[in-house]
Design a protein around this ligand. Sequence first.
Ligand code: ZN
Length: 1027
Amino acid sequence: MFRQSKTVLQKLRCLSFQRQSQCRYRTTSATERALQYQAGQKIHGFTVKEVVAVPDLFLTAVKLTHDNTGAQYLHAARDDSNNLFSVQLRTTPLDSTGVPHILEHTVLCGSERYPCRDPFFKMLNRSLSTFMNAFTASDYTMYPFSTQNAKDFQNLLSVYLDAVFFPCLRELDFWQEGWRLENEDPTDPSTPLVFKGVVFNEMKGAFSDNERVYAQHLQNKLYPDHTYSVVSGGEPLAIPDLSWQQLRDFHATHYHPSNARFFTYGDLPLEQHLKQIQEQALSRFQRSEPNTAVPNQPHWSSPREEHVTCSPDAMAPDPAKQNTMCMSYLLGDITDTFEAFTLSLLSSLMISGPNSPFYKALLEPNIGTDFSSVVGYDGSTKEASFSIGLQGMAEEDIERVKSIIGQTVDGIIADGFEDERIEALLHKLEIQMKHQSTSFGLSLASYIASCWNHDGDPVQLLKISEDVARFRQALKDNPRFLQDKVQHYFKDNTHRLTLTMSPDDAYLDKQARTEEDKLQLKIQALSDSDKQDIYQKGLELLTAQSQTQDASCLPALKVSDIEPTIALTPVELGTAGGVPVQYCEQPTNGMVYFRAMCSLNTLPEDLRPYVPLFCSVITRLGCGSLDYRQQSQQMELKTGGMSVSTQVIPDSSELDVYEQGILLSSSCLERNLPDMFHLWSDTFNSPRFDDEERFRSLVMMSAQELANGISYSGHMYAMSRAARNLTPAGHLQEVFGGMDQVKFMKRMAETQDLSLALRTLQRIKRHLLNPENMRCALNATPQMMTGAAGQLEDFMINIAANKKLRKDVRPNITERPLNPLETPGSGPSRKLISEPHFKPCQMKTFFQLPFPINFVSECIRTVPFTHQDYASLCLLARMMTAKFLHGEIREKGGAYGGGARMGGGGLFTFYSYRDPNSMQTLSAFRKGVDWAREGQFTQQDIDEAKLSVFSAVDSPVAPSDKGMGRFLSGVTDELKQGHRERLFAVTDRSLVDVAARYLGIGQRTCGVAILGPDNDAIKKDPSWIIK
Ligand SMILES: [Zn+2]
């Protein structure tokens, strides 16, 4: 995987923690035990340097170094059972061959102790990990995993250490993961030679995304003198310049403990980690001088301008407006943590939300569709940057935008920021620290990664309250504190790059030609014996890939290590103002979470395509006496966010039954609950639909966001389309979130007069925000619940005027009791739509798009969640992915990813991601079914699939989300336990049986969809519908 940079604030957004309920069983907590360490203490080859309590985040930080190698180590002890490990190497390439990225892939292909192919992917099935991955950033490579099981932690640690420090790096692995020349059909030497390789294709896919292209150019050109001037992930056409030897050399210098930073997190004891890391890896090394430090970028004496081109976007809201322009400023060193904190806050004040000066000056005049893809503070490089600009604009507006940016900077220096906005921002930080996520360790690892990578102090970075206090003091001492920063970093800064990007109709052709030239150059240099050699190696690789793998060298958990029963989540049901409410008491750390589900059943059918737009604007147009700016300010000051989303919820027992609605979601600190309900009341009673210009801005942004998302989430669009004609829920899903919706929003963005659309939203509001068709959920601490329930009552009284009995538009309504223990009809219920006469139909759809890669999906109608066979189909999907499809689609086919999954809506779905093939992948799906029907798998394979499925089923749930499955889908703990028992009971016979009964050709209705480039085979085949 290749990761794009994130700003500190984005990272802070995920910074939140989870408190452990299990800590009550221990005499002392992990946090307290870690406080016993002393600076200078020696443990298993390490020396403790510093022990610091960080009460803000409920953790104790222990900093160590490894005596022999100088490896750095940070342990964050915290009473959270979701333990995390990560090792991070500073990788600073000086060319664009993608060497760190290819290395990241190749080390995961087998190592000294675990020489079997692909131990990393195999461990996914032998572990109960909650997270396993690897990332290549611009200047480091990181290998993190997390798990709640202590034995599993040791197993994974052993595999990770061996992969990183003692990989095999076989030539075959390099060909498979990096690049190779190979006959198009490796078994036929007369077929033409082509480039293949996983990273080669992954990067071609990555660079089919214009936002990505722009971001890459911007970084390369703002820091032109060292590692940031190259593409660490690999420039597709530079990748074939990398040799196997260069890869091994890069490993020897960069993957050395002296260049490594280890991070562990959670409630497992530190000594055990240190012992294992010392014994299995570090004891075999001596100190080296890695020379990987990144020098500061020499400052320019005058600003620069650059221009690049990209591929035209077929989905662009306005084809004449496809230019991007932004100005990027080089800021200070990120290891100055307070300066970085200040600049990141300053950036938010400048660009975030409708009250910020750049939002007002650049977005509101509707010159472009949205901010440029890179915007705001970016602290992922050694020296940070700030970028501001627009995308989706006309070429003639570029000069105008440049002068607006200059004027806005002048305006900020003159006027500064309102106190209330600064308070709103600090409130947001407080919420981010209080809100509890399930992946705190991972958030922490990525939050400290960049600063630590350049030898900044990671512990300092965790002391957020200290920074806040220092920030407040700085503002008190100097009221112009922020304005002076703007003067220094923006007005007076000559290291500034203006980068424009415009579409070029010949872009893809030129790219294809350059690739062809490169290929021919390589081929011309080959002798006949070289070609023979390539053919032989191709066969060798194919043979290696086709061999059954012996993974017995790898450690594994057993099915008996899985908890037989689920932990229950008690909820209470009640009503407020006649509306059903679910109360769930949780350790939410002073936060209250409020949700409401509103039915769509009375909404006229022709208005359904507008519902996603309704959701995205209803909390952003203003309400009551507040215009949209004041509304936004209030939301920031008083809440952790208020949003609305569409919901299509398939019934758990019948395929042609589903619930349709919208979900209101919000959170706040306990003290602000009345204010949050007040905002919701105003949204129900008097939402504002009068500002057409504001509405236009929001429409443009939504349309642009959807268009940009296709190259990244193409598999989701392909899956949604393939499912479209198989179930009624699948059909509605496509209306709300499929290619149909992308096209609907594109038409919307092209509409001159939006007043009609605004009136339509007003009509929708009367149907949707109606307490008659609503149910609510509250998650809060036990102490807070009574008060919260009282305030919910008041809210219901305030919005009672919206209550109106309306007729359902569909004749067939099925009711399900909210309380499963009650007899149907006696208490409150969910109203589901039933389509007893729905006829699923086969359909094959192809969307031709300007990408060099495909997204392929096939979807089969099977059985709902509570059906006998559902569990077998879940396991089959997992096993087929791990044991067959991964090899066919990724290893042999060269796609970035692919597999099968079973969905709650009763659909069994195959998919591929960033795939050079289309028809070949469809036949791989079919071969997967044949493989399953022949039953060529072992008990070990089944057990592995069980571990893998359970690690998803048992992934931790945050207190804010507890009880939500029951609230939304009516899936109770009893139903979950039933599914669990059916999963345990799956046997080889039931797997073969479901493969034959549901997935065989002609057994069930299926749908197919492909998004990809011009495709002759499809064009010639009349069974395809081409869009
Ligand atoms: Zn990758």
